[in-house]
Structure formats: structure tokens, C-alpha cells
Design a protein around this ligand. Sequence first.
Ligand SMILES: NC(=O)c1ccc[n+]([C@@H]2O[C@H](COP(=O)([O-])OP(=O)(O)OC[C@H]3O[C@@H](n4cnc5c(N)ncnc54)[C@H](OP(=O)(O)O)[C@@H]3O)[C@@H](O)[C@H]2O)c1
Length: 339
Amino acid sequence: MTLLTHRIGGVDRVVVMTLVIAQYGQGGPDVLRAENRDLAAPGATQVEVEQKAIGFNYFDALQRRGFISQDEPGRVMGIEGAGVVTAIGAGVTDFAVGDRVGYLRSQGAYAATRLIEADLLFPLPQDIGFEAAAALTVKGFTAWLCAVRLFDVQPGQTVLVTTAAGGVGSLTARLATYRGARVIGVVGSEAKRALAHDNGAVEVAIGLDDAIDLVARLTEGNGVDVVFDGIGADTADRLLDVGSVRSGGTIISFGASGGWPKADPDAVARRGATVVAPQVPNYIKTAAELRAGMAEVFALYRDGGFGEISPARYPLRDAAALHAHVESRTASGISVLVP
Ligand SMILES: NC(=O)c1ccc[n+]([C@@H]2O[C@H](COP(=O)([O-])OP(=O)(O)OC[C@H]3O[C@@H](n4cnc5c(N)ncnc54)[C@H](OP(=O)(O)O)[C@@H]3O)[C@@H](O)[C@H]2O)c1
């Protein structure tokens, strides 16, 4: 946040400026621009947050490319972050200046300081660092939703996790391992094999063809109990087609890195399978739901369910460089932007 004094109408006024990363056009990382913008005072129901860490999500890349949002020139990127409350609107009672807070699914996160509706915030416990919070909020919540709430992973089950070196995929693999399952990871290249092992995968496949062979071998043709899929596109159809999911098994299609997930209803019915494509916003419709969910995520983190969280750090100003690493598929794990 920068304070500048401007002469307006013959009077000196303090103007508050903040660094943001905005999107102009749709396409590659070059559509992102760093700029300084005026920061208004918070409205009655809003809070001003000085951000300490901002989470990168694949959602940001999809939005930048125009896959999931209309073109809105000047839109500030990003949906999650963590920081300290620096001002509150007149009607805000849940938070006070100095509180540590975090949020998810609220557009405008790529900013040094931002305004946000108080209802969208959760209190950040003292023992959770800002970078861990920014790393865990969307991705930890999604992993918890998949591997605890929607499919309660049990000891002894066999689990297939695609994008096992990515953000949500790595946390889902760790959580399933922590809960006693045997995890088979899938990654896109040999370079990511070791990462998937680090995330708990006992066996790692490179690409889906390899995964189908590996599952057949490790489950003696029976298929896995559950698939957590971050690729989307025809992944569910392909796995159902060859019996990689056990009869009565489950596919949770949480992601769309390769295209929107689809599953042929006839193939689903033939296998007696359950296919779910959850969207986080449907599970955080109220402040109470959001805060209760995040409390569960942080409790699991304290207990070791997500392992050690040490995200790659990029200066906020260099957001385009982070996007370029994601685009070339050389980025792995979790990345945060630091103002
Ligand atoms: N349902 C929800 O509410 C929800 C919540 C959070 C995230 N998501 C979605 O979950 C997915 C993963 O998110 P994330 O933040 O964990 O992303 P991430 O860390 O960037 O991981 C995505 C992974 O996808 C793989 N990938 C990239 N481009 C691909 C392509 N063209 N085809 C196939 N695989 C590709 C890469 O792994 P390899 O190179 O190893 O293949 C990459 O590690 C995204 O689609 C995101 O939108 C959904």
C-alpha cells in the first residue's frame, strides 16, 4: 500500500494506492499487467486486507485463457489469499483491525491490499502461517471435500490420484495416504515421478495409458475403490471403459486441467459407479459453512494430514512468470505470490 499526496481542487489529499495484477485480453501470461490502483475506503459490509500471501490456482490459468470467464478488461486476477485486517466498514462486527484472516473463491486476490466482503473471510488461527494458509485454502479445502467429506477414504482402500504432483492432487494424495489408503499417482512426465512418490504414492504412472496398466496389475483386474481426478476431459470415460474403477466404485472429478470432465451415463450405470464433479462454491454458500470447513482443514493440517507445506514463492509483481511456468508444465506442487 502506498500513500501519495495529490493536489486536487487546490487541496492536498492523501491517495491510497495498491499494486494489482490485472488481465487485459485472454490468452498467455503476457495478458497480465502489473499496475498501481487507487484503493477506496471499505464499504459498510467490507474489510480492507493487507495481503501477506496469495494462492495460485489452476482456475487462474483457465480464467486467463478465457475457458471459464467472459473477457473483462482490467479484472484483477486471483481468488484466494491471507493477510491482516487494516480497516473495516461501519457495519462489520465479526472482524477488527489487526485480525489475521483468509478467504477463498473471491475474485481480486492478486493485490497487495484489497477490499473484500466480511462474509467471505474466515479467521486465521495464530499457529497457521500466511503462506501455509494461502497454499491450503482452496486446495486443502478441495482435497478435504474429495477425500473426507464426499468419499471417506478408509485404511486398506486403493486410490488413484491423477495430477498427483499438482496442488489439489498432491494434497489429496497426502490425505489419502494419511488415512491409510494405498495411493497410485498419475503424473504427466517422468520429471514429476519423484514428487508424486513424495506425496505418498506407492506406485506412479506416467500418463493415463500407463495408469490403466498399473491399476490392472496392482488390483488384479478389479479396479481401484476411488479415483480423484484433476485432468477431466475423457479421463472418467476411459477409466470406466477398461474397468480401472471397481464395480460400485467412485470417481470424484474435481478438476478440468485437460478439459471439462464428462462421463457416459451408460458406462457409469454398467459399472454401478458413482461419479461426482464437485464445485467448492456449492459447499461454502454461507460464512458458517466456510468457517466450519476451514476449521476442519486446519485441524487436519495440524495433525499431519497434509504433510509439510512449503510452497514455491513468487513476488506478486512477477505473477506472469509463475503463469508461464504453469503453462509450460514445469511448475509443480503449490505456488504462492507474495506482495
Ligand atoms: N472442483 C473445484 O471446486 C476445484 C477446486 C480447486 C481446483 N480445481 C481444479 O482442479 C484442477 C487442478 O488444480 P490445481 O490448482 O491443483 O492445479 P495445478 O497445481 O496447476 O495442477 C494441475 C496439474 O494438471 C496437469 N495438467 C496441466 N495441463 C494439463 C493438460 N493440458 N492436460 C492434462 N493435465 C494437465 C499438470 O500435471 P502433469 O504435468 O503432471 O500432468 C498439473 O500439475 C484444475 O483444473 C482446477 O481448476 C477444482
